[in-house]
Design a protein around this ligand. Structure first.
Ligand code: 5GP
Length: 182
């Protein structure tokens, strides 16, 4: 089994590239069926979702869609006001669009909770979410439960396939789970 050691933490391979490809394919099949008569706008949350969306788009070549990218920073203290800072702003008009937000992982759900409120406030006809990984035990915002999930995970830290540790390891072709600290 492949493993990575970083800053005193030991990570072991958990989802192989083959398993991730199967997860992406099952998500793509559901989205294809649900959006076959629509023209969804995929709003990709950078940086983490870049690898997931590349795989997802290749598996979704049968639908007509658009893809755009944003980068946001959520503020816990201001969660109730729905404040969201756009570091890379949304460049597409979402009014009357069927939006699908693409995330790497949904944890507390704060980011998605705020993004959904933003999309609705800006006139989106519908807003759904797809996430490569989902931590259901950590979810604090009911409306942030992703509609299309690659894989559920318990409350463990993971890296790879877009997910970083201090900016590194996004390029790993598998998902690695932290096992122990030295
Ligand atoms: P949320 O707003 O749902 O609490 O946080 C989601 C964000 O937290 C993800 O987009 C990701 O950046 C980060 N995150 C949550 N869990 C993990 C994890 O296990 N590994 C990594 N690398 N990032 C995580």
């Amino acid at each position: 089994m492949r493993s990575i050691d970083e800053q005193g933490y030991h990570f072991e391979e958990w989802l192989t590239p083959k398993q991730i490809a199967a997860d992406v394919q099952q998500v793509a099949n559901k989205i294809s069926a649900d959006y076959k008569d629509k023209e969804p706008l995929f709003v990709v949350v950078l940086n983490g979702a870049f690898m997931y969306v590349a795989d997802l788009m290749r598996a979704l070549s049968d639908i007509r869609c658009e893809v755009t990218f944003i980068r946001v920073s959520s503020y816990y203290g201001m969660a109730s006001t729905g404040q969201l800072e756009f570091i890379v702003p949304l460049q597409q008009v979402v009014d009357q669009r069927d939006v699908i937000i693409v995330e790497d992982i949904v944890d507390t759900g704060l980011t998605i909770h705020q993004l959904k409120a933003y999309m609705r406030a800006h006139g989106a006809s519908s807003v759904r979410v797809t996430s490569l990984l989902f931590k259901p035990n950590k979810l604090e915002y009911d409306d942030a439960k992703p509609d299309y999930v690659g894989h559920e995970i318990s409350d463990e830290f993971v890296i790879g396939c877009g997910l970083d540790f201090d900016g590194f390891h996004r390029n790993l072709d598998a998902i690695y789970k932290v096992k122990e600290s030295k």
